[in-house]
Design a protein around this ligand. Structure first.
Ligand SMILES: [Zn+2]
Length: 293
């Protein structure tokens, strides 16, 4: 199928590909579980896919994962990718006090900076848990020294998201008057609705043309699209192989068509130009400013 603007991989608006480096049982099933070794080999599958496409990405690495596998952080860096933070313990923000979040962010930032030997200033909250009721977290991000964020899901869902939040990268005013650059994940406007297409279950379940259209729509408006992937999504049989009590409902919700994720990521990377979020920051000072009420 022929596509117009943004679909020629060599030109068009650059988009961002991001990976949340974590282990499925600890991040999704139970935060008190130890990490399994699976995230290491799964992350290498992502690195192989990116290498095939000669594409660099932003890796939001969980502190626990960096502690468990410091070599993985070095592998990601030596392949030319960007290392940023997914927090330390994958606790959702509404489960934390501001002081606990500050401690979690500080710990993950220092840990990654020591391993990477460079500044860590980008963040994605576990479970997109910066919502209308946790906007205070933006102030904590600024205090700890983060410059950009990719935690506000621009569609309200049962678990997260802010209805009507900008669906394009913007400067975001924090409640106390600070500012961060915000990178919402990609959505697609269809039949008067905004559909999340940048990753997760939507990325598996929607027809591919909706994912492609989401990227095209944003690019036509002059905006980059941000997609997100998880290493465990590159392990389609993992849920069946885990020796853990996982309900059939959870298996269905988390596992249905998981094998599509690497195929779809492959296809998007073929069709569009992608890179790390840091490459989009050059012109960020000129972006429109927004503040949630
Ligand atoms: Zn996560």
């Amino acid at each position: 199928m022929s596509c117009d603007i943004g679909s020629s991989r060599g030109g068009g608006v650059p988009n961002a590909v991001s990976i949340d480096v974590e282990d499925w049982p600890q991040s999704v099933l139970d935060h008190d579980l130890p990490l399994t070794d699976r995230f290491y080999s799964n992350t290498h599958k992502v690195l192989e896919m990116l290498a095939r496409h000669a594409t660099r990405a932003t890796f939001f690495v969980l502190g626990l994962a960096a502690e468990r596998a410091p070599q993985l952080v070095r592998d990601i860096l030596s392949a030319g990718h960007e290392i940023q933070s997914h927090g330390y313990g994958h606790r959702l923000i509404h489960e934390l006090t501001p002081a606990q979040l500050r401690a979690d962010l500080d710990r993950s930032k220092k840990l990654l900076e020591d391993l990477a030997g460079q500044e860590v200033s980008g963040y994605r909250a576990p479970g997109f848990s910066i919502t209308q009721r946790t906007l205070w977290a933006l102030d904590v991000l600024v205090e700890v020294g983060f410059r950009y964020d990719s935690s506000i899901f621009p569609v309200l869902t049962r678990r997260y998201g802010i209805r009507g939040a900008p669906d394009y990268p913007h400067r975001l005013g924090t409640p106390s008057g600070g500012e961060v650059y915000e990178f919402p994940v990609a959505t697609c406007r269809l039949a008067g609705r905004r559909l999340p297409v940048g990753g997760g279950g939507y990325f598996r379940l929607f027809p591919y043309f909706i994912l492609r259209r989401g990227v095209q729509q944003l690019n036509r408006r002059g905006h980059p699209a941000t997609i997100y992937l998880h290493p465990y999504e590159f392990s389609p049989r993992e849920l069946a192989e885990l020796d853990l009590p996982v309900s059939w409902k959870m298996r269905l919700h988390q596992g249905l068509w998981r094998a599509r994720v690497p195929m779809r990521a492959d296809r998007l990377l073929d069709e569009f130009r992608f890179g790390p979020i840091r490459d989009l920051l050059d012109r960020a000072a000129d972006w429109p400013k927004y503040r949630h009420r």
